[in-house]
Design a protein around this ligand. Structure first.
Ligand SMILES: O=c1[nH]c(=O)c2ncn([C@@H]3O[C@H](COP(=O)(O)OP(=O)(O)OP(=O)(O)O)[C@@H](O)[C@H]3O)c2[nH]1
Length: 195
């Protein structure tokens, strides 16, 4: 596939780093763009992702990617989900620990990626299951954009996502799964006839 530029409408540094790393392997150059998008505070990840895409389209952009993601605690119903950012900003690790005291630690991440490509809209999604530790492991400095990575141990692992190198983390990242699907879609779309 010839190199393509993919504008990414996000303010989250963690999402930018992860998507650049994955998509550069496919010849896709992620270019962050700052757009003023207001996020609905209810509904599914797919609903919020599609709503972000709708707003981007409304700004006259014809090629862009958006990402919406969140963590879901098995102890609660669809929570915090699309509210993950706001809930964490409000209650921090101390509040999360209180919410989960005496409850199942099972949790999953769910992420949606929306692609707007020459007027066409495509949605990709994936999940990663795991559990949340009862406290932050010693020596881990949480990434402000990905605070739950510091507590989240994916199924089949004993380390948190934050303790893994980026390349190791790829095996467990729902975002990477969705990004790879997006890359394959773009390869099919842009691939033929190009070097
Ligand atoms: O530990 C984490 N590892 C991840 O991989 C991850 N992905 C999402 N999240 C959390 O869920 C919120 C979603 O927020 P979100 O999708 O609304 O994004 P955001 O507002 O940060 O950026 P934007 O893309 O909307 O500009 C984020 O703030 C984080 O708290 C993650 N936490």
């Amino acid at each position: 596939m010839r190199r393509v530029k993919l504008p990414f409408a996000t303010q989250n540094e963690g999402k930018i780093k992860e998507s650049k790393r994955v998509l550069s392997q496919y010849g896709i150059e992620v270019v962050p763009i700052a757009l003023d998008i207001s996020e609905p505070d209810a509904g599914s990840i797919e609903h919020v992702t599609r709503e972000k895409l709708r707003q981007v389209r409304g700004m006259g952009v014809d090629r862009a990617m958006v990402d919406d993601a969140g963590i879901f605690f098995a102890a609660y119903h669809q929570f915090p989900g699309v509210l993950s950012k706001r809930v964490f900003q409000g209650i921090g690790y101390r509040g999360v620990m209180k919410l989960l005291a005496g409850e199942t630690r099972q949790a999953w991440f769910e992420g949606g990626i929306g692609l707007l490509w020459d007027g066409e809209e495509v949605f990709f999604s994936a999940r990663t299951r795991g559990r949340l530790l009862e406290s932050l492991p010693a020596g881990v400095t949480p990434d402000p954009g990905f605070p739950f990575d510091a507590l989240f141990v994916p199924e089949g692992e004993h380390r948190t996502l934050a303790e893994m190198l980026p390349a190791e983390r790829e095996r467990f990242s729902y975002r990477v799964v969705a990004l790879k699907e997006l890359a394959e879609w773009l390869r099919r779309r842009e691939g033929s006839g190009n070097s």
